[in-house]
Design a protein around this ligand. Structure first.
Ligand SMILES: C[S@@+](CC[C@H](N)C(=O)[O-])C[C@H]1O[C@@H](n2cnc3c(N)ncnc32)[C@H](O)[C@@H]1O
Length: 378
C-alpha cells in the first residue's frame, strides 16, 4: 500500500476526524481535515479495516474554511492540536455537530427530536480556565497525539483574565523552579479566571469548573426550566456535584438535596456556598460499595440529577433500579456516546427520553455537551 496518497475528504467520523478513502478502498481518518479539503495524505497507523493518516500536502481547501486566528494550530510535534476545527466557519462546525448527534441517536435506534445545538456566545475568548504545562523554558499545551510540549505565546480561546494570567506566566520564563523533576517531562499550571497572580503555583490541581461561563449560565437556566413543575418537597439526589455549580440551582427550589462527589476540594467549595437544603455525601461513585452506602440514605429520591465526567456513569441503570420512588432524571453529559450507552438500558425498562438539548461549550473542537430529561412511564 502506498504510504502517501491523494484524496478528497468526503465526510467526518463520529469522533470528528476527516474521512478519506485510499485508492485501495481502505478508509483513513485524518485529524484537522474537513469535508471538501483535498491533497496528499500520509498513513500513520493501520488497523485491520481502517487506518489513520495525516496531512502531507493540502492542495484544495473546503469552502467551509476561513482564516485561522491562532499561530499555534497544527498537528505535528511542537504545534498545538487543541482546536482541530479552528479555521472552519462556526456555523458549519455547528451543523456537523448536530448531524453527528442525529447519526449517533439513529444508529442506536433512539427515536428523538433533538433540539437545535445551542451555540457558544463567543467563538473566541470563551474559556475561563486552562491547564498549561511547563518545562521551565517554555509554557504550552500537550497535544494528545504527539505527547510533546507545544509552546504557546498566546491562546485566543481563553477569556481576557485567563489570557492575562498566561502573559504573566510567560513573563517569568525561563524559570529554574519550574524545571521538571524525576521522571516528569513537565510541570502543570492550572489557570482559571478566578485566580490572581499570587495564587499561581505549579502542580496544584484546581477542582472541576465548567470552562465556558456563558454556556454554563445557559445550562443553569435550562435546568431551572426543567424543575419548574416539580414539587419543592421532592427528595433530590445529585451525583458528581463538583463544587456545586448546579447544586446552586437545585438549592433555590428544593428543601432536601443530597449531593455526592469524590473530590474533597470541590466538596469544600460546595460547603462554603452554605446552601441550607444540601447534605453532602462524599463517595467514589465508580465504586459499587461506596454508592450502595449512598443509596441506603437516599432511597426516597424522586428526582435524580447527574453530571458525570467523560467516562459517564456505567452503573446508571443499576443505580436507578435501587431507587423505587424515582420519577425523573436530568443527565448532563460531556460525551454523547457515553450518554447513549448509559441510558439505553433505561429506555428498555420503562423510562423514556423526553428532551435532549445539545450545547456547544467548545467551539473549534468536535466536543458536544448534552442535557437530557428522562421520565418513568407509569
Ligand atoms: C463534569 S464534572 C461536573 C461537576 C459539576 N456538576 C459542575 O458543573 O461543575 C464531573 C465531576 O465528577 C467528579 N467525579 C469524577 N469521578 C468521580 C467518581 N468516581 N466519584 C465521584 N465523583 C467523581 C469530578 O470530581 C467532577 O467534579
Amino acid at each position: 500500500v502506498e504510504k502517501i496518497f491523494s484524496g478528497t475528504v468526503k465526510d467526518l467520523s463520529s469522533q470528528g476526524l476527516g474521512v478519506v478513502v485510499h485508492p485501495s478502498g481502505m478508509t483513513y481518518f485524518v485529524t484537522g481535515a474537513w469535508p471538501g479539503d483535498a491533497g496528499e495524505f500520509e498513513i500513520t497507523a493501520q488497523e485491520k479495516r481502517f487506518g489513520f493518516a495525516k496531512w502531507h500536502k493540502q492542495v484544495d481547501h473546503s469552502e467551509d474554511r476561513t482564516n485561522v486566528p491562532c499561530p499555534h494550530l497544527g498537528f505535528e510535534p511542537g504545534l498545538c492540536g487543541g482546536c482541530p476545527w479552528m479555521g472552519i466557519k462556526y456555523d458549519k462546525q455547528l451543523a456537523y455537530k448536530q448531524k453527528n448527534l442525529s447519526t449517533l441517536f439513529n444508529k442506536n435506534q433512539i427515536q428523538m427530536d433533538l433540539s437545535d445545538l445551542q451555540p457558544s456566545t463567543r467563538e473566541l475568548g470563551f474559556r475561563n480556565r486552562a491547564q498549561l504545562k511547563t518545562d521551565g523554558q517554555s509554557v504550552g499545551y500537550i497535544s494528545p497525539k504527539t505527547k510533546t510540549l507545544a509552546p504557546i505565546e498566546d491562546c485566543v480561546v481563553l477569556n481576557d483574565p485567563t489570557r492575562d494570567l498566561l502573559r504573566f506566566v510567560r513573563a517569568q520564563l525561563p524559570k529554574k523552579e519550574w524545571l521538571p523533576q524525576g521522571k516528569f517531562s513537565w510541570n502543570f499550571i492550572d489557570l482559571d479566571d478566578e485566580l490572581t497572580i499570587e495564587d499561581i503555583e505549579i502542580n496544584k490541581k484546581r477542582p472541576f469548573k465548567q470552562a465556558n461561563s456563558e454556556t454554563n449560565a445557559y445550562m443553569k437556566r435550562w435546568l431551572e426550566e426543567q424543575i419548574k413543575d416539580i414539587e419543592p418537597t421532592t427528595p433530590v439526589l445529585e451525583l458528581f456535584c463538583g463544587s456545586g455549580n448546579f447544586t446552586e440551582v437545585l438549592g433555590k427550589k428544593f428543601f432536601k438535596i443530597t449531593a455526592s462527589e469524590f473530590a474533597g476540594n470541590a466538596l469544600e467549595n460546595l460547603k462554603n456556598k452554605n446552601i441550607p437544603s444540601v447534605t453532602v455525601f462524599p463517595a467514589d461513585l465508580f465504586d459499587h460499595q461506596s454508592w450502595k452506602k449512598l443509596i441506603r440514605k437516599t432511597r426516597d429520591t424522586k428526582f435524580l440529577f447527574l453530571d458525570p465526567p467523560r467516562e459517564g456513569f456505567k452503573d446508571l441503570s443499576l443505580f436507578v433500579g435501587e431507587l423505587p420512588e424515582l420519577e425523573k432524571i436530568v443527565y448532563v453529559a460531556c460525551d454523547p456516546h457515553r450518554f447513549v450507552i448509559d441510558v439505553k438500558p433505561l429506555l428498555s425498562s420503562g423510562w423514556s427520553l423526553k428532551k435532549v438539548q445539545p450545547v456547544d461549550q467548545f467551539p473549534h473542537t468536535p466536543h458536544v455537551e448534552l442535557m437530557a430529561v428522562l421520565t418513568k412511564e407509569l
